[in-house]
Design a binder for this molecule. Structure first.
Ligand code: HEC
Ligand code: HEC
Length: 185
């Protein structure tokens, strides 16, 4: 029994210490993130020539770290019916693109991981524009600037407003709504 109590105390003590160390690291990583404000996550996203060419043919090549791995896998499994279009790829390019997306997805451990998006993630969305994080960040932008704006058309056109979108850069210095200019809130 005595042994058991000591063991419990040791484990509890360990977890308090572990928690303190964890919070320490968390503080440092939050600080690093703040210094690199606007890049998702802490560094620009590496790009891929094959991905940019194939998945940037009809719309911009969306930043891989704006959906989790499971979403990219689901999407790549049904490219013959991709939002009503056929976006099927050769086996070789599909493998390259799959590797790229899974290595740079929002829920990887890379520098580009996107914890702010993942914190509010629910289910396996196929649209970035339907994620809770995206909706919250854009809820103050009126429709006349989007649907009613011939230079934008829909929120799916990230690069119409965000000049660094393909590298995953979305900070306030690179956002400007066409026809309306810099966004001040
Ligand atoms: C043949 C044209 C075409 C190609 C090629 C294509 N897409 Fe799409 N994609 C679309 C259309 C159309 C939509 C829906 C756009 C809309 O609703 O405005 C879409 C939407 C998307 C969205 C959702 C955007 C949002 O609203 O959040 C993602 C993510 C996406 N595509 C990823 C990809 C990936 C990854 C590839 C490469 C494997 C790819 N697309 C290739 C036509 C294409
Ligand atoms: C109509 C223009 C427009 C489009 C299209 C658009 N955004 Fe934005 N976005 C904005 C504006 C304006 C803000 C700043 C909102 C604010 O600060 O209140 C913003 C903010 C953001 C932020 C938060 C930046 C931060 O550091 O707080 C992210 C991330 C983002 N957008 C990603 C995207 C992605 C990904 C897409 C495409 C799927 C997209 N946006 C499409 C206008 C747009």
């Amino acid at each position: 029994m005595q042994y058991f109590i000591n063991m419990t105390r040791w484990l509890l003590g360990g977890s308090v210490l572990g928690g303190a160390i964890f919070l320490g690291f968390y503080g440092i990583s939050q600080q690093a993130q703040a210094e690199n404000e606007g890049s998702y996550g802490r560094s620009a996203l590496p790009t891929s020539a094959v991905y940019s060419a194939e998945c940037g043919a009809c719309h911009m090549a969306y930043p891989a770290n704006f959906l989790p791995k499971a979403s990219w896998q689901l999407m790549l499994g049904q490219l013959d019916n991709h939002f009503g279009d056929n976006a099927e790829l050769s086996q070789a390019n599909k493998r390259i693109i799959s590797d790229y997306l899974l290595q740079h997805a929002a829920d990887t451990n890379g520098l580009w991981q996107n914890p702010r998006l993942m914190r509010r993630m629910e289910g396996t969305p196929l649209r970035i524009t339907e994620t809770a994080y995206f909706l919250r960040k854009h809820d103050e932008i009126p429709q006349r600037m989007v649907k009613g704006n011939p230079e934008v058309g829909s929120f799916s056109q990230c690069n119409a407003c965000h000049k660094g979108a393909e590298k995953g850069l979305f900070n306030e210095h690179t956002v400007s709504v066409p026809g309306y200019g810099r966004w001040d809130d």
